[in-house]
Design a protein around this ligand. Structure first.
Ligand code: ZN
Length: 461
């Protein structure tokens, strides 16, 4: 999948341009987040930000990050200052591939056509400069200067949430068009799941709420609807063809403190079809392991004395992805019946997670060795628990990685019905097995304690 790195200029101790109490770094971050949200909610694309909060990062770190991720496109977002007004874009003024020039032309022209006339903004043109982020990036790179923070006319627009929203949507669409990103859904097909982050009878309250969402980096807009001859202002923060993606987005909004719910397109305009949803409940898939490799191996061998030495591999592969390696190991014990492989998968497949083994005798994926098999298992969990791309240091070895709705299950309990279909207790079974592992480890510790205490007591000093 195409990976775009968006770079919100400045941050932390570097505010960028400042005027009155406006700091460029905050505008860059808010716009960048909204561009990202618009891109990932509408297109098949991965987006990573060089910073997703107010932190100080050097220019070199920004380009190193994009180069290490092997990004396909680098988009730096800034705002201008010191004597001027309007919009401009930059590419590197040294040698660049024709493609870079074509991308600048395509993106710049679409933004100019869709937004500049509408708001009466001056087009300062397509420019070239020797900026670090344009020179040191190995992929096509573009820097956008949206507007001038120290120009009263420009600033008035920058303080208008509808403008920020409009410009972010257009930057996202222009980038998607230039990079030929496929749409996530065909608008005419099936049900559309709209994520609503609030519904108000008072327009001002709706606008205040919209502002809060935008400050937190969510792209949203107000749509009006009439119920019982009364106007309602509904804040739409996203729209998805896939219910799971809509649910994941609701979870994200809830985590950020915004009550939200899903409306299906057919269900409108009645609010009765609203389905309130909560963030994934339960125990996180990501995090640090508690048990040691020895404790894990000892437990597996207490049930199957012939169990292979896999705990160390589970811990080291999981650590790279911030996945709970000890619980992933419990999942492997569950899937393989303690490495006795009594199901459809055979031991020589090195498939410890039942990847592609969908039941009815389907044997599923095979891996060349234990290490790759464990890595595929961890990557499959990572696909559910995170939306980030596979880190640059690893190959994608999970053959079903791209079939997962990225980020659709952040807890073991949320794997129910997703990893195992049908399944209402899948996560609970894994955690139950993990609990047994913890209790066995605790017993061993108690035994050790008694042994050590006895040794101390028996000393005749
Ligand atoms: Zn700047």
């Amino acid at each position: 999948m195409t990976l775009i790195v968006i770079d919100p200029g400045h941050g932390g101790t570097d505010p960028g341009a400042t005027y009155k109490n406006v700091q460029e770094k905050n505008l860059n971050l808010a716009t960048s987040r909204m561009v990202r949200n618009n891109l990932v909610s509408k297109y098949e694309v991965d987006v990573a930000l060089t910073r997703d909060d107010d932190q100080t990062i050097e220019l070199k770190q920004r380009t190193d990050f994009a180069n290490a991720q092997k990004a396909d496109f680098f988009l730096s977002i800034h705002h201008n200052a010191s004597g001027g007004s309007g919009f401009e874009t930059f590419i590197f003024n040294g040698t660049v591939p024709n493609e870079t020039i074509e991308l600048q032309t395509s993106i710049h022209n679409k933004i100019a056509k869709d937004i500049l006339n509408k708001y009466g903004i001056l087009d300062r043109g397509k420019k070239r400069a020797n900026f670090h982020v344009l020179r040191e990036t190995k992929m096509n790179a573009l820097l956008i200067e949206v507007l001038f923070v120290d120009n009263e006319k420009d600033l008035k627009l920058l303080m208008n949430p509808s403008f920020i929203m409009d410009v972010s949507i257009v930057i996202a669409d222009a980038t998607a068009e230039a990079l030929k990103l496929p749409l996530k859904y065909k608008p005419i097909e099936g049900t559309l799941y709209k994520v609503i982050a609030g519904s108000f009878s008072d327009r001002e309250n709706a606008e205040n709420h919209l502002n809060k969402l935008i400050q937190k980096g969510f792209g949203a807009f107000i749509s009006t609807t009439v119920i019982d001859n009364k106007n309602f202002y509904r804040i739409q923060a996203g729209a998805f063809a896939d219910r799971e993606n809509a649910e994941a987005f609701v979870a994200k909004l809830m985590n950020a403190g915004f009550e939200s719910f899903i409306l299906t397109e057919e269900g409108m305009p009645s609010m009765l079809s609203a389905v309130p949803l909560k963030a994934d409940k339960g125990n996180k898939i990501q995090g640090e392991a508690v048990l040691s490799a020895k404790q894990m191996d000892v437990y597996a061998r207490s049930i199957n004395p012939g169990a292979p030495d896999l705990a160390e591999l589970y811990l080291s592969q999981s650590k790279k992805y911030n996945i709970r390696g000890d619980i992933a190991y419990a999942q492997a014990l569950h899937e393989t019946n303690f490495f006795r492989f009594t199901g459809d998968v055979k031991p020589e497949q090195n498939n410890f997670a039942g990847i592609g083994a969908t039941g009815g005798g389907a044997r599923g994926a095979s891996f060349p060795n234990e290490s790759t098999g464990v890595l595929a298992h961890i990557q499959h969990l990572y696909a559910y628990a995170s939306k980030s791309p596979i880190p640059a240091f690893d190959q994608k070895v999970d053959p079903r990685f791209d079939l997962v709705n990225r980020g659709s299950a952040t807890t073991w309990q949320a794997l129910n019905g997703k990893w195992a279909v049908p399944g209402t207790t899948y996560g609970q079974l894994i955690l139950g097995l993990y609990k047994n592992m913890l209790e066995a480890a605790l017993k061993e510790i108690e035994k050790e304690r008694i042994k050590v205490k006895t040794a101390i007591k028996n000393l005749e000093i």
